[in-house]
Design a protein around this ligand. Structure first.
Ligand SMILES: [Cu+2]
Length: 183
């Protein structure tokens, strides 16, 4: 341990991991991002969902509760995050995440069932940059359940006055069940 500290001190790099906790309660709300009112999936009754901002080496805890009223379960997939050693928190339904709670008989898919809560808990390791987090069930992410996921680098050699994340996506006038039928 001492040797490790010396090595890090020589390089001037002693990065402490912090724990960042987020509470995300998903429910259907109405929103009109293009001027046409429609049902979307909101996070804490907010649309678009909030941007998650953490720092390199942080431990990320996302406490999810599913309040959707259409019987669907939910997962959160952290797109592009390595999830070394925590593959079960990567949120790909029926691949890395199955039913919660275990053995819950639910026909609409895997993930966090309606009325249930689940806690994702993983480290971002030494990754940095801008990624995104989104539902990995059915068409929930074009229905609104996606957000930027930013990992800041405290040791970045670049300086700037401010940082702005622009989230761009296709958008249709209909809620997900309708446009899946059309396609
Ligand atoms: Cu993805």
């Amino acid at each position: 341990m001492f040797l490790l500290f010396v090595v890090l001190a020589i390089h001037g790099v002693v990065v402490e991991a912090d724990t960042k906790t987020f509470t995300w309660e998903m429910s259907h709300i109405n929103a009109a991002p293009n001027g046409v009112n429609r049902s979307v999936i909101g996070v804490n009754e907010q649309f678009p969902p909030p941007t998650i901002i953490v720092s390199k080496n942080d431990q990320v805890v996302i406490q999810v509760t599913n309040f959707l009223d259409d019987g669907e379960s939910i997962t959160l997939h952290t797109h592009g995050i390595f999830q070394n050693g925590t593959n079960y928190y990567d949120g790909v339904d029926q691949v890395t995440q199955w039913l919660f709670p275990p053995n819950f008989q639910y026909l609409m898919g895997s993930g966090v069932a309606p009325g249930q809560s689940f806690e994702y808990n993983f480290s971002v390791g030494n990754q940095t940059g801008t990624y995104w987090i989104h539902s990995h069930i059915k068409g929930q992410y074009p229905n609104g359940l996606r957000a930027p996921f930013v990992i800041l680098d405290p040791e970045s050699p670049y300086e700037c006055d401010d940082q702005l994340v622009l989230s761009v996506s296709d958008w249709v006038r209909f809620s997900r069940p309708v446009y899946l039928t059309i396609v």
